[in-house]
Design a protein around this ligand. Structure first.
Ligand code: SF4
Ligand code: SF4
Length: 199
């Protein structure tokens, strides 16, 4: 049987050296913090901290916040209950119950349209899947609440909550689908792409 030679383990550094290393590192970190603190206190450096909710945050136009359902020019809900959004939703959080449109024999409408917002991942697939611009994700981001019933957005809430100021009318023609990627929206279309302000 061969002999296995093992080396002596290296000597441990003393506790004093270890403690000195820790304290030096902590002091260096505190020094960086103190430097930034003094710079921001004396306005030599801009702070990025916002005093929300007193100070509103404005995200870009492509921000995907709370959903809403658009209306037609005559005030009716634009959704035709085609289920494309519910099918595309990866979180399966859209529930639609379709009914026959009372004035149009070839069209349906949503008797119920609900979104379980606690399951939603705000991916925007529902918005992309909709062929008639009936569902969009708007700029609202403040959603905290203690009432569990409010976590399921109902059709009424999606169409006409107070923040929507009477609802959003889509300017798309009835049979017009989403513009293609090469389509250059007009000034009127740009404005209509939901800017109803923060709340
Ligand atoms: S944003 Fe995404 S997860 Fe949320 S309802 Fe739409 S498709 Fe579903
Ligand atoms: S919101 Fe659009 S995709 Fe979803 S059911 Fe209504 S029409 Fe279809």
């Amino acid at each position: 049987m061969g002999v296995i030679k093992v080396a002596r383990p290296p000597k441990d550094r003393s506790i004093f050296h270890a403690a000195l290393g820790y304290l030096t590192t902590i002091a260096q970190g505190m020094g960086v913090t103190l430097k930034i603190f003094i710079k921001q206190l004396t306005h030599m450096e801009k702070t990025e901290t916002l005093e929300w909710p007193e100070q509103a945050v404005t995200y870009g136009d492509r921000f995907k916040g709370k959903h809403f359902l658009t209306k037609r020019p005559d005030g009716q809900v634009r959704c035709t209950a085609c289920f494309l959004c519910a099918t595309a939703c990866p979180a399966q959080c859209i529930y639609i119950q379709a009914g026959q449109h009372p004035e149009n024999a070839t069209e349906k409408f949503p008797v119920r349209f609900e979104i379980d917002i606690l399951r939603c991942v705000f991916c925007g697939y529902c918005e992309e899947a909709c062929p008639v611009d009936a569902i969009r994700l708007g700029p609202e981001y403040a959603m905290a609440d203690t009432d569990e019933k409010k976590w399921v957005y109902t059709k009424d809430y999606l169409v006409d909550r107070s923040e929507l100021h009477g609802g959003i009318t889509s300017i798309k023609l009835e049979n017009e689908k989403h513009p293609s990627i090469t389509h250059e929206p007009s000034a009127e279309e740009r404005v209509s792409v939901v800017r109803f302000g923060h709340h």
